[in-house]
Design a protein around this ligand. Structure first.
Ligand code: GLV
Length: 318
């Protein structure tokens, strides 16, 4: 049986499946391993089932033992892994696409609703008590008729578009390439970011983090948004330059933000905490029992497929 280091705790049924599939080396206390510890614990292992909290950068990958042949990431995103470094060491990297589309899109829609309809302020007031209904109390932004700009129209972006459309939003998107009419489903394509931003009453960031997308939403690009736009991010914190977005909130260039992901998670920029109009969640995108189970099972199957066939359909470093 292959020996696999599983860096974080999985749901129990998934750990049972892992035990049946390989000789699993579990993280009983679910502690966050340092890079040094990851390297040490990899000794004698054939593969690693990693999570998005593990920073497998080039330096760490260079120091992994030669026995490691696969890093199976328990996430659709793989910005935590240096793909090139893994390729140079002959290590396959795989992810868990598709199975988390619906759950993540649900949180994407929640961010849009929460930010536009001032849910953070509403929850605080309801808990504090003493609030009084009045005609102008906690007036928010209506979604019906508003333009939703989707940055990254992959599986998650398309699902958010579908739900938002049913709420009466008008969908625009920017992607590396234009989608087929079928996938577009009436959305308007913009071949560059600035054009998309200029029509985004609400922006939903859904693209993967990569060298090309890091800090894409920054001091300069934010200026293309209409005044009073809402910015939401269900993808990765790396795509947004926090200081620029917080400054835009301070100046009311941006009306509200809805965020589930941050640079340096879980230590988000404290500037967000000062803003009542920041609707913020602790990276809950895929956090449902069905989805976390499907993700872990797929991460296990990816390893199994790789060792049985020498390849894996979810390999991301080709
Ligand atoms: C979650 O954020 C994922 O990338 O799977």
């Amino acid at each position: 049986m292959k020996k696999i280091l599983i860096t974080r705790k999985l749901l129990r049924t998934c750990e049972d499946k892992a035990k049946e599939t390989f000789e699993a080396n579990f993280n009983l206390n679910d502690e966050l391993y340092s890079q040094k510890k990851l390297i040490e614990l990899s000794a004698g292992q054939d593969g690693i089932l990693s999570s998005l909290t593990d920073k497998l950068d080039s330096d760490t990958i260079k120091k992994l033992p030669d026995t490691i042949k696969i890093i199976s990431n328990f996430a659709v995103g793989f910005g935590n892994i240096d793909l090139e470094a893994a390729k140079n060491r002959g290590i396959a990297v795989t992810n868990t696409p598709d199975v988390l589309t619906d759950a993540t899109a649900e949180i994407g829609v929640l961010l849009i609703l929460g930010a536009c309809r001032r849910a953070a302020e509403g929850i605080d007031s309801a808990k504090e008590g003493g609030w009084k209904w009045s005609a102008d109390y906690l007036i928010g932004k209506q979604l019906t008729g508003a333009r939703l700009g989707i940055l990254g129209m992959g599986r998650i972006g398309q699902k958010i578009a579908k739900v938002a459309k049913s709420l009466g939003m008008v969908i625009h998107y920017h992607n590396r390439s234009k989608l087929s009419a079928d996938k577009e489903d009436g959305a308007t394509y913009h071949d560059n970011l600035k054009d998309l931003l200029s029509v985004s009453d609400v922006l939903s960031v859904c693209c993967p983090a990569s060298k090309e997308t890091v800090d894409m939403i920054n001091k300069d690009t934010i200026e293309y948004l209409p005044k009073g736009a809402v910015v939401t991010n269900v993808a990765r914190g790396d795509i947004i330059e926090d200081e620029a977005l917080i400054d835009a909130l301070n100046r009311r260039k941006v009306y509200a933000v809805g965020l589930d992901v941050y640079k340096n998670e879980p230590n988000l920029n404290p500037g967000y905490l000062k803003h009542k109009s920041a609707f913020i969640l602790p990276h809950l995108g895929s956090a449902t029992k069905e989805t976390r189970t499907a993700m872990a099972n797929l991460a296990i199957d990816n390893i199994d497929e790789f060792f049985k066939t020498g390849n894996c359909k979810n390999k991301v470093n080709r």
